[in-house]
Design a protein around this ligand. Structure first.
Ligand code: DGJ
Length: 724
């Protein structure tokens, strides 16, 4: 529900359990009054504490700057006295930066407006509010859009900047949102990592000064994630206040938490302003990415469940949310570049016999690519490897009863490629400097329409040429030297955002022209795991590290925000190719169970006993697939925290079924059993676990007793069924 109380000049946005309240001052400034548990009144102006700001400009004009530095501005602006980390700044044609925004009008309407060229949450059944702010001197309009998703306790926000003046100006910063808080919060939760170690959870204290998590790599990167949450003191998995923001964006971002000298906390998120500058011509508009905002008093698990429900209902393509996606085998870690059609068919034959449903041909099928040194951009089949062409191979795989998927890296170009030889100017590069290579490749200049069209044309042709039912879209280097040859000097600050917009356009075209193709995003593992990508692809390859122990931590962090069904998880070789760890085949499968589930090893070569375990693993995955895709996820124990074991469970929405995963990473000597307190069951219902009947309240309060497992890296999956 969205209310505007004109007598008090108060906006109030209500979800089922939360309220978000803003007020307009005498001078027209939009202030944030409250965000938290639902309140059923608009009598809240007192909480803006105008009287406490002794320098209110309408009362004491001589101290306006002091007011600006104190007031909890809803969308804070730079250069006119708010010295905190601000959301927006604009440079005029005279080179001066600064603006002042006041409320001009507002509009409340059903559903929501789709963002221009960018992914955003679907809006069925929602209500939205536009608050139009303006700076009359600049001729700038800044429209703040809020959409309320009542049942998920989520509000989305985005901002549109319009130039209503006669001349161009430059947006040097346009974040998507800020939140003004105070004593409610004391901790920060964010996600950090590296290649093969993505999205490890970090919890830190909010101290005076700024905490920043951000990327300037042209994608979120392995290192940081466009997510941040602020927690109340002692907030734990099940209880405590959480304020979370997740940006629907796949490029450079910044998320910042700043505690000022008054102890006030401002958190903001949006496109990273570093090296960003957008020229806005007269009559033009610029849109920021959308941010998904939530408050919950139900602790970290509560935040996770809201995000999961929201992603499933409003972000992930609806077609795939409940779909039974095929169990796949990917040849990357099985063969790397060393394969031909015969090898792939051998893998497919063995895979189909064992119940695997799709073969994905990874990197190395095009141009003359036998290593990562060549051929990106030459998206035509290497017939030396695939004799008789792609269709022949796909038909052979299909005749085994298996689907076929293919790998692309559309944003990249190798110096050793026909495409580069023909168009050496199609790359991002700084004038006069030798462009830097990474994995021996350059980044295509996707700010040029002819490049986008050309690349899409090649992909389209391949996808039309055979019965391809899955595409893995990879991106294996960050963007540096973000400069474009044809763009004028005052538009060079637009290049990285234009790249992201082009990726969205390409994926929009691909999913529109080939609606039956299952798209999986990937970026050197999981460097581009974000809500923007999930809008196009229901799943993202989580990490190049499929070692089950490392995966426990990667998946814990990923599932903190994103649904289990979105995480690309495969059973891979042991010793693991990324870290050399040796683990049991069973544990590798149990850890992959809570994701998309597939295999990535040479099943023609693994031990016979392991191969013969595959049908039962697939059967187990299929048994729990629906529950895992649709249920509520609860974290029980974290190996990252305790250094010994990990446990989580998924409970069906009707609370009649649950599955518990337990992984003992380090074996315990002299410990017989372990007590695990379960979550999310119905206290009064009876459940059967391991043949014994328990009340839900017993399992949740007294706990389930896990029998000891012998040895390191052992796992067990426990089924919990209601007998009511
Ligand atoms: C990085 C991906 O994460 C891998 O799965 C694989 O597709 C390689 N790229 C191929 O180059």
């Amino acid at each position: 529900m969205v209310i505007y109380d004109s007598s008090k000049r108060v906006f109030k946005l209500d979800t089922d359990n939360t309220s978000y309240v803003m007020g307009v001052t005498e001078e027209g400034y939009l202030g944030n009054i409250y965000y938290g548990k639902r309140v059923d009144t608009t009598d809240l102006v007192y909480a803006m504490r105008i009287g406490e700001h002794p320098f209110t400009p309408s009362v004491i004009p001589g101290e306006k700057i002091s007011f600006m530095d104190k007031f909890p501005m809803e969308y804070s602006f730079d250069g006119t006295g708010d010295f905190h980390a601000n959301c927006i700044n604009i440079r005029n044609s005279a080179g001066q930066e600064g603006l002042e925004l006041t409320v001009e009008s507002h509009n409340i309407y059903a559903e929501k407006r789709k963002l221009d060229g960018m992914p955003s949450a679907r809006g069925e059944g929602t209500m939205s509010l536009d608050i139009v702010l303006s700076d009359k001197i600049l001729g700038a309009q800044v429209i703040l859009t809020y959409t309320v998703y009542e049942e998920c306790d989520i509000i989305t926000r985005s901002v549109k900047v319009a130039n209503t003046s006669d001349s161009a100006f430059y947006i040097t910063k346009a974040l998507s949102a800020c939140l003004n808080l105070e004593t409610e919060v004391s901790d920060i939760l964010s996600l950090h990592g590296a290649w093969a170690r993505e999205r490890h959870i970090q919890r830190s204290k909010i101290n005076y000064g700024s905490y920043i998590t951000e990327s300037s790599r042209g994608e979120p990167g392995h290192q940081d994630s466009p997510f941040i949450a602020l927690l109340s003191e002692n907030c734990n998995n099940e209880a405590g206040d959480v304020y979370a923001m997740n940006l629907v964006y796949s490029g450079n971002f910044t998320a910042r938490v700043q505690k000022d000298h008054f102890g006030k906390v401002r958190a903001s998120i949006g496109i990273n302003p570093e090296r960003f500058c957008w020229k806005l011509g007269s009559g033009d508009a610029f849109e920021t990415p959308e941010v998904i905002l939530q408050y919950t008093c139900k602790g970290i698990n509560g935040m996770t469940r809201n995000f999961h429900d929201f992603f499933r209902k409003y972000i992930i393509p609806s077609k795939w949310v409940d779909a039974e996606k095929p169990v796949l085998i990917n040849n990357w870690e099985a063969t790397y570049f060393d394969f031909d059609d015969e090898k792939l068919v051998q893998i497919a034959e063995e895979a189909s016999r064992l119940g695997i449903e799709m073969l994905v041909m990874d990197d190395g099928w095009f141009g003359h690519r036998d290593s990562d040194n060549s051929s990106l951009g030459d998206w035509y089949v290497n017939e030396k490897k695939l004799k008789g062409g792609l269709k022949k191979l796909v038909d052979r795989v299909n005749s085994l009863g298996m689907k076929f998927g293919i790998w692309f890296e559309p944003e990249m170009i190798s110096p050793d490629s026909d495409l580069y030889r023909e168009h050496p100017d199609w790359i991002l590069a700084l004038d006069g400097r030798e462009p830097g290579l990474c994995r021996t490749q350059y980044v295509l200049d996707l700010s040029r329409h002819e490049v986008v069209d050309y690349v899409y044309g090649m992909i389209y042709k391949v996808l039309k040429s055979a019965n391809i039912e899955y595409v893995k879209w990879d991106m294996n280097r960050p963007i540096a030297e973000a400069a474009s040859l044809p763009l004028p000097a005052d538009r060079q600050g637009e290049v990285t955002h234009r790249h992201v917009l082009a990726v969205y356009e390409l994926q929009e075209r691909l999913t529109r022209d080939f609606p039956e193709i299952l798209l999986e995003n990937c970026s050197g593992g999981g460097a581009r795991f974000d809500a923007g990508m999930l809008y196009y692809s229901p799943q993202i390859w989580c990490s190049d590290n499929a070692d089950p122990v490392e995966r426990l931590m990667i998946q814990e962090g990923t599932h903190l925000v994103y649904p289990l069904s979105t995480t690309g998880t495969h059973v891979a070789d042991s010793p693991n190719h990324a870290n050399g760890r040796i683990t049991p085949f069973n544990t590798r499968a149990d850890v992959a169970l809570t994701g998309t589930f597939g295999y990535e090893l040479d099943i023609t070569r693994i031990a016979k006993e392991e191969r013969e375990m595959i049908p039962a693993q697939i059967e187990k995955y299929k048994k729990y697939r629906h529950l895992i895709q649709t249920g509520d996820y609860y974290r029980i124990a974290s190996f990252r925290e305790n250094g010994r074991y990990d446990s989580y469970m998924v409970v069906s929405k009707d609370k009649d079924k649950a599955v518990l995963v337990y992984v003992q990473v380090v074996t315990d000597s002299n410990v017989l059993t372990k007590k695990l307190k379960l979550y999310g069951l119905c206290p009064g219902k009876k459940y059967v676990v391991d043949g014994t009947e328990y009340l839900g309240s017993t399992l949740m309060n007294v706990g389930y007793i896990m029998k000891p497992l012998r040895g390191d890296c052992q796992s067990v999956v426990v089924e919990i069924n209601c007998v009511c």
